[in-house]
Write a protein that binds this ligand. Structure first.
Ligand code: GLN
Length: 190
């Protein structure tokens, strides 16, 4: 089993650092051939339009789609969650290429601009105590989830911030910036 981090744009180094600490020897993935042998793939936060375009340009959309949730577990953080969602609201004019493999609807930049980024203590029942430091950076919001999707965490006011559909996981916040490896460990067990 190898863990890959999609390394086209965004904060893939921060994810890789957490994985190194866990002894997981992550592979940086940019091209289809680098997916060989990878059983778990993290799609980092960053700019979903840029990552989507690069996925398209490097011929990565189909190879990932074909394995998503099957022999490839995928965790999308923030921009990565946008890339996994079947439906994306508030996309740039002209649309943006996405993987569209998970039965959720997300709204981009749902909390406002970069200045409206925030941190909050986030209880995640399946991780137990203490709550996680939730770092939200121009985050999307998960607005609806399909029948096969389990909601894993919400903000106090109800917004869904983490969900799972089988071997697909999304978080709209950034555990890789929170000095807390519990979500990484949870993902590696999917
Ligand atoms: N706002 C970004 C987007 O829409 C996501 C931000 C992030 O990944 N931190 O792609």
């Amino acid at each position: 089993m190898a863990v890959g981090v999609l390394a086209l744009q965004g904060d893939f180094r921060e994810h890789a650092a957490v994985l190194h600490q866990l002894g997981a020897a992550p592979v940086e993935v940019r091209l289809p051939r680098q997916l060989a042998g990878v059983s778990h793939l993290i799609i980092p936060g960053g700019e979903s339009t840029t990552i989507g375009r690069l996925l398209d340009r490097y011929g990565m959309l189909e190879p990932i789609r074909a394995r998503a949730g099957r022999d490839l577990a995928i965790w999308g953080t923030c921009a990565g969650a946008i890339l996994l969602a079947r439906q994306v609201l508030d996309v740039k004019k002209g649309g943006q290429p996405t993987l569209a493999v998970m039965d959720i609807t997300v709204r981009r930049n749902a909390y406002g601009s970069q200045l409206d980024s925030f941190e909050t203590l986030l209880p995640i029942p399946l991780l137990g105590e203490p709550p996680l430091r939730g770092v939200f950076i121009r985050a999307p919001q998960i607005e609806t989830v399909g029948k096969g999707v389990e909601v894993l965490a919400r903000l106090e006011e109800g917004a869904i911030v983490a969900a799972r559909q089988g071997r697909l996981l999304v978080t709209t916040f950034h555990p890789e910036l929170a000095a807390d490896d519990r979500v990484h460990r949870y993902f590696l067990e999917l």
